[in-house]
Design a protein around this ligand. Structure first.
Ligand code: SAH
Length: 208
């Protein structure tokens, strides 16, 4: 049953403009139901965001696919995610990247996602419980950085944490809306491009 729904979701993503076959295949490989509590599990393959613990959300599959596509991840890449949440986006990235580092500020979610990574044997994920806004200094430089909580502005230091030709994707708050922004570093200049309107939980400071 889940398989039929999963195939339908993949077709829907393709119709919505997700054309990168590797991204679609990564989404097909990761069982989204494992990242969702029992109460919502039957909706795991609906193209919607769903509540997770601590009043946070697992992102809509279209948004996960879109952000992953914009991030243009290659198999030799070292990727940093800020906002592990359920762990789903991180798991999708782990199929495409060499290694994914992920930071979560809510201890309960950090622990819960870690358990799922272990069960699914996603051994190329390294996670930590911290405020992610300063990045992960010990592991710089990264090829790619993804924020999965909405910020007014990225800490400008973060731009020095990616390599030349590196990419950062982040939902940015703009005029009471949120928009996906892709930043590309080229010869030490940052170029930014704006994409879809999105709806993410806010990026907050400190740990809980
Ligand atoms: N990528 C997640 C999306 C979860 S929602 C998924 O696929 O499920 C965003 C997450 O970002 C929340 O869990 C929230 O606690 C976390 N977050 C918000 N601000 C943060 C910060 N400054 N550092 C680390 N995590 C943060």
């Amino acid at each position: 049953m889940l398989d039929v729904r999963k195939i339908r979701l993949i077709l829907e993503l393709r119709e919505s403009g997700i054309s990168n076959a590797e991204v679609l295949s990564a989404i097909e490989k990761i069982p989204r139901e494992k990242f969702i509590s029992e109460a919502y599990r039957n909706q795991a393959y609906e193209n919607i965001a769903l509540p997770i613990e601590n009043n946070q959300t697992i992102s809509q599959p279209y948004v996960v696919a879109r952000m992953t596509e914009l991030l243009d991840v290659k198999s030799n890449h070292k990727v940093l995610e800020i906002g592990t949440g359920s762990g789903y986006q991180c798991a999708v990235l782990s199929i495409l990247a060499r290694r994914v580092y992920t930071i979560e500020r809510i201890k309960n979610l950090h622990e819960g996602s870690n358990n799922i990574f272990e069960k699914l044997k996603l051994t190329n994920i390294v996670s930590k419980y911290d405020d992610g806004n300063n990045g992960w200094i010990e592991q710089i430089p990264f090829d790619r950085i993804i924020f999965t909580a909405a910020s007014k502005k990225i800490n400008s230091e973060i731009f020095s944490h990616i390599k030349n030709e590196g990419i950062i994707v982040c939902p940015i708050v703009k005029n009471n809306n949120q928009i996906l922004v892709k930043y590309i570093k080229q010869n030490n200049k940052i170029i930014s491009e704006e994409y879809d309107d999105v709806l993410f939980v806010p990026n907050l400071q400190g740990v809980v």
